[in-house]
Design a protein around this ligand. Structure first.
Ligand code: TYD
Ligand code: MG
Length: 455
């Protein structure tokens, strides 16, 4: 008698399994994400690919540097933690059309020119399309191999034959293994494919880049489980309406997750942006009300950005509060501080706050900047265009110290800013010799004091 094939229902968002179909995943709470998948018996237990493992004495472990390859695309190398690590698996996620394929193709150009053979596996585009893109990017064809294939077994077989220095799989959602009956892109497939690519990378030492599309709610399509499998997870972000793109590490076994790389999408591909502050301040209006320059720390790197606020009388019973690029609740809180501590009547006003250039800032050090921009627009007084504003603001209206004030000031001085309003607590600790000696530092303790200094 033939046994009935066992099936389970797998949530395509988080990977949770359930014996029955449900409308809502009981694990992550998402709706309509459960899909029926057949259960496959795993043949025997899984063992480590390297054979038997023994516990090692910590003091006897050699830390020898990982074998790293520097691509010479500085923004990429930094995010990777100093280059591509042999045998590592990197997942690159991002919205469709943001430039993932362009980025990896430019990376493979470097690999093929500096190190040897590189393999670009595409399940999305035909070799002809890839060739066209490569021509646009000015990629020389030597040593760069293209494989239009979606079968995992074929991909690993081709890789074993070619022995490239790096592999890109674009995208994981198009690849399948015939051992699973489910469709490409389903949780089971994506997980299995990634797991097997990981084993392949560890066995051969070939660094492998997996591209994953992101769903509208921002997770890498299908499974978050994937993030646990791979060594490094990078997100490529940006606003389709703007040319700049940010590469961000959210997980990295071989480096810091604090780093970002900034690129600009041009006609001939992605160009590195060595000094992002210049880019974000390029079109700043001088002497306009509601505009202020703030410093935001992206990883270890300070970036200067323009923050704008517009305060207008409201026509509704409930005034509008809109924020783009900064946290909405943060803005509401700071408006309340302005009302209560400075006595600014914002109750009857709509307040709009925007970070120029599509940048997203998630750092308390811009609090004082938000306050300054709102106050500037409300009072219709512009802020001196050579002034940078930084500082965290508490509910009592106190201005609190921020981290890495020195590197922020250095960055600002480099771009020609001459004045900075910052927390008094920071000024006391500063080493003036550190590259911003000519800058006028205005330390403030409260929001009111900051208002006096600014206007
Ligand atoms: P692509 O790398 O295909 O994005 P993804 O792989 O993330 O889906 O690139 C997307 C967009 O970038 C595409 O709409 C065209 C644009 N682009 C340029 O502006 N310049 C270029 O040199 C290239 C190759 C693409
Ligand atoms: Mg693509």
């Amino acid at each position: 008698m033939k046994a009935k094939a066992k099936t389970v229902y797998v949530c395509q968002a988080c990977g949770a399994q359930s014996p029955r179909w449900m409308g809502k995943c009981s694990d992550c709470g998402q709706w309509n994400t459960l899909v029926e998948e057949r259960v496959e018996k795993t043949k025997g237990g899984r063992s480590s690919p390297a054979g038997k493992s023994e516990p090692l004495l910590l003091s006897e472990i050699q830390t020898g540097d990982e074998d790293r390859f520097v691509t010479k695309i500085g923004e990429l190398d930094r995010v990777l933690g100093g280059g591509i690590v042999a045998g590592s698996v990197v997942l690159i996620g991002g919205d469709p059309g943001i430039g993932k394929s362009t980025l990896v193709l430019q990376m493979l150009r470097q690999v093929s020119e500096l190190r040897g053979k590189a393999l670009y596996v595409s399940g999305e585009e035909s070799p002809g399309q890839i060739k066209m893109r490569a021509q646009r990017l000015g990629v020389k064809a030597e040593n760069l191999y293209v494989l239009a294939e979606t079968s995992l077994d074929e991909i690993t077989r081709a890789a074993d034959e070619l022995q490239p220095q790096a592999i890109v799989v674009d995208s994981v959602q198009t690849v399948f293994t015939s051992e699973l009956p489910s469709a490409p892109g389903s949780v089971g497939q994506v997980r299995e494919v990634s797991g097997r690519l990981m084993l392949h990378a560890k066995r051969t030492g070939i660094p492998t880049f997996i591209i994953g599309h992101v769903t509208k709610d921002g997770a890498i399509a299908g499974p978050r489980v994937l993030e646990h499998i791979v060594d490094t997870v990078l997100y490529f972000e940006g606003d389709r309406g703007h040319a700049f793109r940010v590469l961000r590490a959210v997980k990295n076994r071989f480096g810091s997750t604090n780093e970002i790389g900034v690129f600009e999408m041009k006609e001939e591909g992605l160009a590195e942006v060595a000094n992002p502050s210049e880019l974000f301040l390029a079109e700043r209006p001088k002497d306009a009300t509601g505009s202020v320059v703030v410093s935001s720390l992206e990883g270890t790197r300070p970036i200067l950005a323009e923050l704008q606020a517009l305060v207008t009388p409201t026509k509704m019973t409930m005034p509008r509060r809109t924020s783009i690029g900064v946290d909405y609740n943060r803005v509401s809180l700071l408006i309340a501080v302005l009302e209560k501590r400075v006595g600014m009547h914002l109750m009857g006003m709509d307040v709009f706050v925007n970070v120029v250039g599509g940048l997203k800032i998630d750092e308390p050090a811009v609090d004082l900047g938000i306050i300054a921009a709102v106050a500037s627009s409300f009072r219709e007084k512009s802020i001196d265009p050579n002034t940078v504003v930084m500082g965290e603001v508490g509910l009592a209206g106190e201005v609190r110290a921020i981290s890495q004030a020195e590197s922020r000031l250095k960055d600002a001085a480099k771009l020609g800013f001459t004045r900075c309003v910052l927390p008094a607590a920071n000024v006391e600790k500063l080493d003036k010799a550190a590259g911003f000696a000519k800058m006028q530092l205005l330390g403030v303790r409260t929001v009111e004091e900051a208002m006096e200094r600014l206007f």
